[in-house]
Design a protein around this ligand. Structure first.
Ligand SMILES: Cc1cc2nc3c(=O)[nH]c(=O)nc-3n(C[C@H](O)[C@H](O)[C@H](O)COP(=O)(O)OP(=O)(O)OC[C@H]3O[C@@H](n4cnc5c(N)ncnc54)[C@H](O)[C@@H]3O)c2cc1C
Length: 437
């Protein structure tokens, strides 16, 4: 068997060798059929295989081909929707339980990396969420109060502390989450896949699920050249599910974001960034970055509903980096790649049983590394007979994302949010100037 190429990225360049898995070319039976070889499908398959279920997973391309093999690599609790908005919508008790499930997702990732004997997949610990505007004197109390309400581990850091670690005037206060960490996501996906097979699960790459029908208590998942008959099916295809279940496919909006990795920069990177954890800013569409490979900067950012790669992606991203750390000077971007996140209109994942034996685990947006594990844990528990976890996600049922019109609306909303971010920063700069003069 060969080892077919992945789209060019630093992750692909440093990935484990992994032979192509044969396409499905027969009719097979399983306890659970799973569509999608990203983290949502892989965690679902692994958690069920560990419980003795016979799982069969199909992936259109290769394991970790989609968002799971291309992301920023940050693993942390919470969801794409902000916790404050969830409290307003669901009340504190429900939000606390959802947050606890996301913390369970962090624990599943941590425990899996340990159980797989691959400690090097974890590349750094802790996460800083930085504000680009001054949050004022009440910031620390507000942050501690929210952490307390959620049962979260995060804590406030004042501006002075942030600036001892990051040599830029761009940032003010931070929220520090000591339980977050960052990983090599493609190697984690490949390691999960190998473990599923070691537990007796079947994985077929280059296999697209094309249709789904039910006969009595059995689902039949059609693929290009085969079929899986199973009492349970898990749809974990993110924003790319296609015709296998059009209702879910239409409910998830594809949103592109970009990641770049610089050349080895040398000692000036450690002078600018003296923090080995993950870093992001709290703007509505902010930057996220981390130091990798000693002295490279992995920098992600921007979102758009135009899923084509922009022609000047490297220049755009270099400009973003230098707008925060101009002292890095003439840096070369060695890798640049796009990735697609799947968002439901409510920004929460779609997790649960939508028809008897038909499960969905999708739409994790830009917060998916721990959350896919949390969703898979809830789905696996449901298949094993405990409905309590997936029902936490029931208020976020599948709703239509609006097709091309939804995309236009999302893009307009994004531009308006960017304009708000820009305006907040300008207004603060002007206020600071007025105070100085
Ligand atoms: C650039 C980028 C940066 C990100 N950074 C972070 C981060 O730092 N931290 C974080 O928590 N989250 C981050 N995310 C989000 C996170 O990566 C995703 O939420 C998560 O990986 C989604 O996993 P998934 O399994 O649902 O989807 P995917 O990884 O996209 O997997 C879905 C798979 O299903 C396959 N598929 C779809 N339909 C079919 C079909 N019909 N038949 C067969 N196969 C099919 C696809 O080929 C694909 O491989 C980022 C996302 C991107 C794109």
């Amino acid at each position: 068997m060969g080892d077919s190429a992945y789209p060019a990225s630093w992750y692909a360049a440093t990935r484990d060798v992994s032979a192509d898995r044969p396409p499905l070319a027969a009719r097979i039976e399983a306890d659970v059929a799973i569509v999608g070889g990203g983290f949502a499908g892989l965690h679902s398959a692994r958690l069920l295989a560990l419980q003795g279920k016979r799982v069969a997973l199909v992936e259109r391309h290769r394991i970790g081909w989609g968002a799971s093999g291309r992301n920023g690599g940050f693993v942390g609790a919470g969801f794409a929707e902000r916790s404050g908005a969830l409290i307003d919508r669901l009340g504190l008790d429900h939000t606390r339980r959802l947050y606890a499930q996301s913390q369970r997702g962090v624990a599943i990732v941590r425990e899996a990396i340990d159980a797989l004997g691959r400690p090097e997949i974890r590349m750094g610990a802790g996460k800083l969420s930085l504000s680009r505007t001054d949050q004022g004197a009440g910031f620390a109390d507000r942050t501690r109060a929210l952490a307390d309400r959620l049962g979260a581990a995060f804590e406030p850091w004042e501006t002075a502390r942030v600036r001892t670690l990051l040599d830029t005037q761009r940032y003010h206060q931070a929220i520090h989450d000591p339980l977050s960490f960052h990983i090599h996501p493609l190697n984690f996906a490949l390691a999960l896949a190998a473990d599923i097979e070691a537990c007796g699960g079947a994985i077929h790459e280059a296999t697209e699920a094309t249709g789904l029908s039910r006969e009595g208590g059995t689902w039949r998942l059609q693929t290009s050249r085969g079929e899986i008959a199973a009492p349970h099916v898990v749809l974990a295809g993110n924003a790319d599910l296609g015709p296998v279940q059009p209702r879910i496919a239409r409910a998830v909006l594809p949103v592109a974001t970009y990641v770049t990795v610089t050349e080895n920069i040398g000692p000036r990177l450690a002078e600018a960034i003296r923090w080995s954890g993950a870093i992001s800013d709290t703007r509505r569409a902010g930057d996220y970055y981390r130091v990798i490979d000693g002295d490279r900067l992995l920098w992600g950012g921007r979102i758009t509903t135009d899923t084509r790669e922009p022609p000047r992606l490297r220049d755009m991203m270099r400009g973003d980096i230098l707008s925060v750390y101009p002292q890095l000077g003439d840096i070369r971007i060695e890798y640049a790649w796009p990735g697609i996140m799947g968002y439901a209109p409510h920004k929460m994942p779609q997790v649960g049983e939508i028809e008897p034996g038909l499960w969905v685990c999708s739409a994790f947006g830009g917060h998916g590394l721990a959350q896919t594990a949390a969703g898979a844990d809830a789905v696996a528990a449901g298949i094993l007979g405990d409905d309590s976890l997936w029902r936490l996600f029931a208020p976020f049922g599948t709703s239509w994302a609006g097709g091309p019109f939804g995309r236009t609306a999302t893009q307009l909303a994004y531009w308006s949010l960017q304009a708000h971010d820009w305006w907040d920063e300008k207004r603060q700069a002007k206020n600071a100037e007025t105070l100085r003069t």
